[in-house]
Design a protein around this ligand. Structure first.
Ligand code: HEM
Length: 337
């Protein structure tokens, strides 16, 4: 009896001992596992913090001392891209198709502005040969820049999906090359143009009236047949000219900032230039479409001025009466032989 209870006690003691040894052997492992997972946790959260900081555009350390070499991701670059994609691209599409459609509708509803007394057949000198060269050099350079610029910005949406990769690569490389090399032609001709034509384009008080009667271009309602006073340039032409002055300047400066890598500008300045370039292009495209509509379709007899440099006398009297009166009075009126 005593033997069996001693046996049992011994068995329990051994079991207890085994348990204690087992626990003590297992405990360091448990601690190690705990340690491992907390290390992993720490590594994970420091990785996340690191990438959060990188994405927020924070700078780190780099032995390369070049501009922004210590910044992995430039935040401004991404923000600029978002603004361009969200606002600028749709704005350019509206500037092209919206303005064109608005004028097409206006043309069908209103019709062109006809010469009230028909063509006289007598042609009055209006622009010199050098003016014509200047206009067409600037216009062709500007239209080339607009076309290639639109390809560069929107081509990936409306050309790339429909052509092969090779052709697309060719189109975009040519667009970039032509865009870069037609810009000096535009800048120089634009500069000469604004200096040469500025004296003709100063606003006068009577220009207000021109705006009030929509330039006399409305063929119905209370404005029908109203031909407001106008000097060499009417108020609409002056508005176009000054828009070209302001946005031509902005587009030229921002374009130079973008095309000259040696300027080594900070990323923020390049992105600002890219956005200013896009906004200016949008405004100039919209105004150019209006300008071409007015010159070719909406003003009967207007196109002749930039083809031969002469305008019909009836056109001069109807659209630029103050200029006509002035050249007649001071004897500078010159007819075509
Ligand atoms: C196919 C395109 C174009 C046509 C048919 C055209 C036609 C004309 C015509 C007919 C005039 C003379 C208006 C007048 O004597 O009263 C003119 C003037 C002018 N054009 Fe153009 N043009 C074109 C493109 C451009 C472009 C792209 C620019 C700008 C870069 C431009 C800038 C000007 C300026 C500043 C004037 C003088 C102000 C004015 O009269 O509106 N033109 N254009």
């Amino acid at each position: 009896m005593l033997n069996t209870s001693l046996n049992k006690s011994l068995q329990m003691l051994v079991a207890l001992l085994m348990l204690v040894i087992g626990i003590s052997l297992a405990t360091p492992n448990a601690y190690a596992a705990d340690d491992q997972s907390s290390k992993q946790q720490a590594a994970k959260s420091s990785d996340a913090d690191l990438w959060r900081a990188v994405k927020a555009g924070e700078s780190g350390y780099s032995t390369d001392k070049g501009l922004e070499a210590n910044v992995l991701i430039n935040k401004t670059g991404n923000e600029g891209k978002v603004i361009r994609n969200t606002y600028l691209k749709p704005a350019i599409v509206v500037a092209i198709f919206g303005v064109f459609a608005a004028f097409l509708i206006f043309y069908f509803v209103n019709g062109p502005s006809k010469l009230s007394h028909g063509f006289s057949g007598k042609m009055v000198a209006r622009w010199t040969k050098s003016d014509l060269w200047l206009h067409w050099t600037m216009a062709i350079a500007c239209l080339t820049l607009m076309l290639t610029g639109v390809f560069i910005m929107l081509g990936r949406h409306f050309i790339a999906p429909y052509v092969g990769e090779g052709l697309w690569a060719g189109i975009i490389a040519t667009s970039k090359f032509v865009h870069d090399w037609s810009s000096p032609v535009f800048i120089v001709s634009w500069l000469i143009c604004i200096i040469k034509w500025m004296p003709l384009q100063t606003f006068k008080l009577y220009d207000l009236k021109w705006f009030l009667v929509v330039g006399g271009y409305i063929n119905f309602g209370p404005f029908k047949g109203k031909h407001p006073d106008s000097g060499f340039a009417n108020a609409g032409e002056k508005m176009w000219f000054w828009t070209l002055v302001v946005f031509g300047l902005l587009i030229s400066i921002s374009g130079l900032m973008l095309v000259l890598p040696n300027l080594d500008l900070p990323r923020e300045a390049s992105i600002a230039a890219l956005l200013v370039h896009g906004v200016s292009a949008t405004i100039l495209i919209a105004f150019t479409i209006v300008h071409i509509w007015m010159a070719t379709v909406l003003s009967e007899g207007g196109m002749e001025c930039m083809v031969s440099g002469y305008c019909d006398e009836s056109w001069a009297i109807q659209h630029h009466n103050l200029w006509y009166d002035e050249i007649k009075a001071n004897g500078s009126l010159k007819y075509k032989d």
